[in-house]
Design a protein around this ligand. Structure first.
Ligand code: ZN
Length: 79
């Protein structure tokens, strides 16, 4: 007895960080872990860094932060 054969399209998807020229930029933001206020996201680290130091300056009891990194990814299919 032979098994029925059928044509099946085997497609495999790959996921990887998007380094294409048209990829969105990686951005960095900081969030205060005490009050959850969040900086603007910037391509340059200096943007959230300045915000963090100013935030601690305005709120001297806020000492802990979360870094939020937004990284573009892409999927692509190969057959
Ligand atoms: Zn805060």
């Amino acid at each position: 007895m032979s098994a029925p054969r059928s044509l099946v399209a085997h497609r495999e998807w790959t996921l990887e960080p998007n380094s294409e020229p048209d990829a969105e930029p990686i951005t960095y933001a900081m969030q205060c872990a005490v009050c959850n206020e969040t900086s603007e996201a910037g391509v340059e680290w200096s943007v959230p860094q300045s915000w963090t130091l100013e935030h601690s300056g305005r709120n001297p009891s806020h000492h802990t932060y979360r870094e939020i990194i937004t990284r573009p990814w892409r999927t692509w299919m190969h057959s």
